[in-house]
Design a protein around this ligand. Structure first.
Ligand SMILES: Nc1nc2c(c(=O)[nH]1)N[C@H]1C(S)=C(S)[C@@H](COP(=O)(O)O)O[C@H]1N2
Ligand SMILES: [Mo]
Length: 381
């Protein structure tokens, strides 16, 4: 006699923690977090990889712009991890309904949810481990995170459109769909939502100090504390990692190419008119920190080479032999800005080798990856 093994049966949930009202309440917050992530992510992407028609009009102000948008991007991305887990837990009985497809429409709806879940999990996971500079995959983080963001964006829109009637019915506690809520179950839901809010609060409070320095004291979980590093500033890529040694910077000269090319020794560069400014390094990986920089205005160097600030753009080349950030393109707005410096000092001391000695770029409202260190050539375009 053969025993028939029954097909796995998904658990049946009768409480209120897995119903449409809970899913809507959590989904609203998750949707808001994703919206902020998407918009700030686009800002970050186009500041780093502008199409050529945009490159010269990217604004160099406000000074703290990128610090704010990237800080928000990482903070809402981390909060979204909590919200996504709660949302998945709330709806998971529905992810296992049997039979898997009741009609073509039902199959399509489920397929769109599968794409949404996969894209959302991919985005928060790759974003999270990018915070610790861990790249255990064969694809490029930037391209993949950007491309999948559009898939996530499209599938969120589709999901909201498909679920619009349910969302509307369960939008608020007094909505039509939820009036007959038994008092006991309502307490359950309130506890879940409070716990979710509490968890988001804890995650935010223990990480946001990496970019919002007033909360530096509670920054326990972020991989870098902004004031930790040589000269009171973290280092993302050290001189050793970039293959820069005291030997490679000995006899350094700044080459400036343009209509009237010239070279300057370090002493000659130091003798030029200097500007001092408080500007942040805002790393795309989430940390940011203000520092006091002093150096020569890039626009002065460009004018001296016969370029017109406001019209000219530049290619900035580092001494580094390899690496994605060896060559940097700088658009006209940045180049003309009086706060865009070829910095020689940091917090009152000459730059340390790790911070880009002898000279590095520091510009307002720019992603950290474009604040090129160990600059040795400026090509005026
Ligand atoms: N030549 C060069 N410059 C570079 C980098 C690099 O890898 N090579 N890393 C960038 C990144 S990702 C950041 S966040 C800042 C950090 O500057 P800091 O190390 O002085 O804090 O430098 C930028 N400048
Ligand atoms: Mo960075």
């Amino acid at each position: 006699m053969r025993t028939r093994i029954p097909p796995p049966r998904p658990p049946v949930f009768r409480g209120r923690l897995h119903d449409a009202r809970t899913a809507t309440a959590v989904g609203r917050w998750l949707g808001a977090a994703f919206a902020v992530c998407f918009v700030t992510g686009l800002i970050s992407h186009y500041l780093q990889h502008p199409p050529h028609w945009l490159a010269d009009t990217l604004p160099a102000r406000p000074v703290w712009g990128y610090r704010l948008t990237q800080g928000l991007h990482v903070a809402t991305g981390l909060a979204a991890i909590v919200l996504l887990l709660v949302k998945l837990w709330t709806v998971y009985p529905r992810l296992f309904v049997w039979p898997p497809a009741r009609s073509v429409r039902h199959a399509l709806e489920r397929l769109s949810v599968a794409v949404l879940v996969a894209a959302a999990v991919f985005e928060v996971f790759t974003g999270l481990i990018n915070n610790v500079q861990w790249y255990p995959w064969p694809f490029g983080f930037i391209q993949a995170h950007f491309a999948v963001a559009w898939i996530a964006f499209g599938s969120v829109l589709l999901h909201v459109a498909v679920k619009a009637p349910e969302i509307r019915a369960h939008w608020s506690r007094r909505s039509a769909g939820t009036v007959a809520l038994p008092a006991r179950d309502a307490v359950d839901r309130r506890s879940l939502l409070l716990a979710t809010g509490g968890a988001v609060g804890v995650v935010t409070l223990t990480t946001v100090g990496q970019s919002f320095t007033p909360l530096g004291a509670t920054d326990l979980l972020a991989p870098r504390s902004p004031d930790h590093g040589p000269q009171g500033l973290p280092v993302n890529r050290s001189a050793a990692a970039a293959g820069i040694t005291a030997r490679s910077v000995a006899g350094w000269r700044l080459e400036v190419e343009g209509p009237r090319p010239y070279t300057l020794t370090l002493d000659e560069l130091r003798a030029l008119a200097r500007t001092s400014a408080r500007l942040p390094i805002a790393c795309v990986e989430g940390w940011s920190m203000d520092a006091r920089w002093e150096g020569v205005r890039v626009r002065d160097l460009v004018e001296r080479a016969g370029g017109h600030p406001g019209r000219a753009a530049a290619r900035v080349v580092s001494l580094e032999a390899h690496g994605n950030y060896r060559v940097m393109h700088m658009g006209a707005e940045y180049l003309a800005d009086p706060l865009t410096l070829l910095a020689l000092t940091l917090n009152g001391e000459p730059l340390s080798l790790d911070h880009g000695y002898p000279a590095r770029i520091i510009a307002p409202n720019r992603p950290g990856v474009l604040q090129t260190k160990w600059v040795h050539r400026l090509e005026v375009l």
